[in-house]
Design a protein around this ligand. Structure first.
Ligand code: CA
Length: 232
């Protein structure tokens, strides 16, 4: 018998928590519900869920504070669900340690895809070795050879371009903020302009995308960062 993943939904609007619950239960997940921040804290510690779906706008505690508090003691994946379309809120949530975000209104398919990615990434972290390849469509990232190919043809990425694609592909399906990418690649002193990243990304797209204006492999999350398509 499979052990089902248990997902905690923290959401004060019953219609939305009901929708999320229906979708997740229908797809084989166990679901528990919290309708306030205080309830969420007690359920995270008493039920040890595999993932939290967290609404940022709760009646008692700000969702950002909940992310921060959870991150003090566990790496349990958190997907933020928010009506806030402000990019700075998405960035703040991700930088505080949320794994992903979905903006209301969202579809069942979108929710399930995000949940799958977040759970897979916690399982995979620590197991990932440097000798794997990432493959999606015609694109292959070979971490050993430091090479990206399309249909077997070398794309001739520069070292910086390769580092960006390698990082995004290792976190495929997850959005990475500009700040996170810059710090990972160029160290903590690299705060500031995203210009270098944008220039590199334009070059990467010219090399790997058939139509750089309509990318298939690396998507821009406007004002937030980049997300690479999931591997096959
Ligand atoms: Ca709410």
């Amino acid at each position: 018998m499979n052990i089902r993943d248990k997902i905690l939904i923290v959401e004060d609007e019953r219609s939305i928590s009901g929708f999320i619950k229906t979708v997740l239960v229908g797809n084989g997940y166990d679901v528990i519900l919290a309708h306030s921040g205080a309830e969420a804290f007690s359920m995270v510690s008493s039920h040890c869920p595999d993932l939290v779906v967290l609404d940022l706008g709760l009646p008692d505690i700000d969702g950002m504070d909940i992310i921060e508090a959870i991150r003090e003691w566990t790496q349990l994946p958190i997907i933020v669900v928010s009506a806030r379309t402000l990019e700075k809120d998405k960035v703040e949530a991700l930088d505080k340690g949320a794994d992903d975000y979905i903006t209301k209104p969202f579809s069942a398919a979108e929710l399930l895809a995000r949940v799958r990615v977040a759970i897979r990434h916690t399982r995979a972290s620590g197991i990932m070795t440097g000798s794997q390849k990432y493959v999606s469509g015609d694109l292959t990232v070979d971490y050993d050879k430091h090479m990206v190919t399309i249909k077997g043809e070398n794309c001739h990425l520069t070292q910086n371009e390769f580092k960006i694609v390698a990082l995004l592909s290792r976190c495929a399906g997850k959005v990475l903020t500009y700040d996170f990418i810059m710090k990972e690649l160029w160290g903590p002193q690299s705060r500031g302009s995203n210009q270098i990243l944008r220039v590199n990304m334009a070059n990467i797209r010219r090399k790997i995308e058939k139509n750089p204006a309509d990318p298939k492999y690396i998507f821009t999350e406007v004002g937030v960062g980049y997300r690479m398509v999931e591997a096959e």
